[in-house]
Design a protein around this ligand. Sequence first.
Ligand code: ATP
Length: 260
Amino acid sequence: ESYLPKDCICKKAVTYDTIDSTNTKAKQLAEAGEPEGILLVADEQTNGKGRRGRKWCSKKGANIFMTLLIRPKTEPKHLSGITLLAAMSVAGAIKDVCGADTKIKWPNDIVLEKKKICGILTEMSSEMNYVNYAVIGIGINVNDDDIPDELRKNASSIYLETGKMTNRNKLTAKVVEKFDEYYKKFLETNDLSQVVDKYNSMLISMDSEVKVLYGMAETADPKEEETGIARGIDKDGALLVETKDGIKSIVSGEVSVRGL
Ligand code: ATP
């Protein structure tokens, strides 16, 4: 907490030794009226979550599990953009604190040496087309030297890829500091113009072929798929894919994009 700037949106940090899920806890606090800006950080999660009901593997002691509660005065459709800013914040923080160059898999996975080292899960409650609250959960594999075998093919940690240990508090604070700056600017413009170029320069599959899987409901098989060339995000965070029928803008949440 002491690392954070004075006017930071994060006013209060609470740390947990073990918790089921920092997002679940943050949602409970939000429902109970907690104001914007509380940060929950846990050393271990017993029920870490990914998107679409997936699990986030959350071993004790070496990684970062953090959730920030925000109450942006925006429409729900802007939340995917705010989530993308969280990804930019993680990438920037890893660069500043660890000296490592990461890439981004649209919309918000952070990848180091082609392996996923961070996942972000935003959950939201809205009323009358306005966001009531959102919790932004970020899991970063930091000093983990023991990623489960079933994940190891696609997942890694900063330590495993760089050989260097990272001070988790410093990295956590840097993520919050970066997010604070992006978030304030976003609330003025309601778009991502501040990061589009930087994001695209870090985008995996930029200008190369991707497969778009439509109909990503948890249980359903993808209804339809299409290949095209990824041309980067637009200022709303949609991925532009050049297909044989022209440029399509893919909105996160509706589809999944795989590199070929
Ligand atoms: P995908 O990464 O498969 O495209 P996604 O972006 O929706 O899906 P997330 O919600 O970010 O995935 O994370 C859940 C998935 O990430 C899990 O299904 C698992 O494959 C993988 N995973 C789980 N725990 C970890 C971890 N600690 N580090 C890296 N990857 C993990």
